[in-house]
Design a protein around this ligand. Structure first.
Ligand code: VAH
Length: 310
């Protein structure tokens, strides 16, 4: 069975749904420190704090777990509000999972990294797989350190851990929590509600982004690939599209004529400015056939057609 840590999150909600559709509801155990949402009750749900190794070990035995998707983390914006909590949770939880994977010889582990591992001195356009990385957010520092640990556990102990450096993920089935790219999710809700949107980034802030369906499909594709094809054991660069607030606003406006936007950059502008504009994902394409399916227009049409306001 597969156990998902952080199943209630923006990515966890959709990965749980897709993995259950693929393997059967009872083959995917959703866990989170918060209470389950309706959609997660299609299969087993357990309360689990990502830092609680003892409880994790109990669940692995109880459900005969072979694979763990460890998705729980404090994201970039929230991390800056409480650096020590973010570092402690992001790192302790990863090391707990890697240690248990080694001890119990788990078949596979997935752990998400982020383009946040790049910093002000990383090449900003078509950022390479291997390059200077000087992240200046707690979140980015924790993801960079986490990548080093993943590669260490693979090289030293043979733990089959795999990872993707996600761009900003945009989906409509679950709200994001505390990220700098969350504006690109919130904007669709405001358009749907017939309200104006106030953006916390400058209109020309170009960032790498990806529709959640591409991210979930790419993650499953990576996890199902044969081990010998996986040449990168830190974390794979992935790219789908780049856009700025003005671009996504225009895309929405073409379907929601009266929609209007204003800009009030806040502390998250500095975080966004430290990140790349676009990513070179040639290694993922070469090693395991990564190929995104959604651009801004297709994503916008799909979200506006399917988003249901709570
Ligand atoms: C964040 N959504 O904003 C995450 C992601 C690249 C952005 O890591 O923190």
């Amino acid at each position: 069975t597969i156990l998902i840590i952080g199943a209630c999150g923006q990515l966890g909600t959709e990965l749980t749904e897709s993995l259950r559709a693929r393997h059967g509801n009872d083959k995917v155990i959703a866990t989170d420190v918060s209470a389950p949402k309706e959609s997660l009750l299609s299969g087993p749900f357990e309360h689990l704090d990502a830092m609680d190794g003892k409880r994790l070990a109990e669940l692995i035995v109880k459900y005969r777990v072979g694979q763990i998707y460890h998705l729980a983390a404090v994201l970039s914006a929230k991390g800056e509000a409480d650096p020590m909590f973010a570092w402690n949770l992001n790192m302790t939880s990863l090391l707990t999972v890697l240690e248990i994977a080694k001890e119990r010889r788990l078949e596979r582990v997935y752990w998400p990294s982020s383009i946040a591992v790049f910093g002000p001195n990383s090449p900003i356009n078509h950022t390479p797989q291997n390059t200077i990385m000087n992240p200046n957010t707690v979140y980015g520092i924790s993801k960079l350190a986490g990548e080093r640990w993943c590669e260490y556990y693979f090289l030293k102990y043979g733990v089959d851990v795999r990872s993707i450096r996600y761009p900003g993920l945009i989906g409509y089935k679950a709200k994001p929590g505390g990220g700098t790219t969350d504006y690109a999710v919130d904007i669709y809700y405001k358009a749907k509600e017939g309200k104006d949107f106030n953006c916390f980034l400058r209109e020309d802030t170009l960032l790498p982004m990806m529709y959640m369906t591409d991210a979930v499909d790419g993650t499953i594709q990576l996890m199902e690939e044969q081990s010998s094809k996986i040449k990168i054991r830190s974390s794979y660069n992935l790219h789908a599209m780049s856009f700025a607030p003005k671009d996504i606003y225009e895309a929405i406006k073409s379907e929601v004529p009266g929609f209007s936007i204003s800009y009030e950059p806040d502390f998250r502008q500095k975080i966004a400015d430290s990140w790349p504009n676009s990513i070179d994902d040639s290694h993922a394409r070469a090693d395991w056939g990564w190929e995104p399916k959604y651009d801004l227009k297709r994503m916008t049409t799909e979200i506006l057609a399917n988003l249901i306001l709570d």
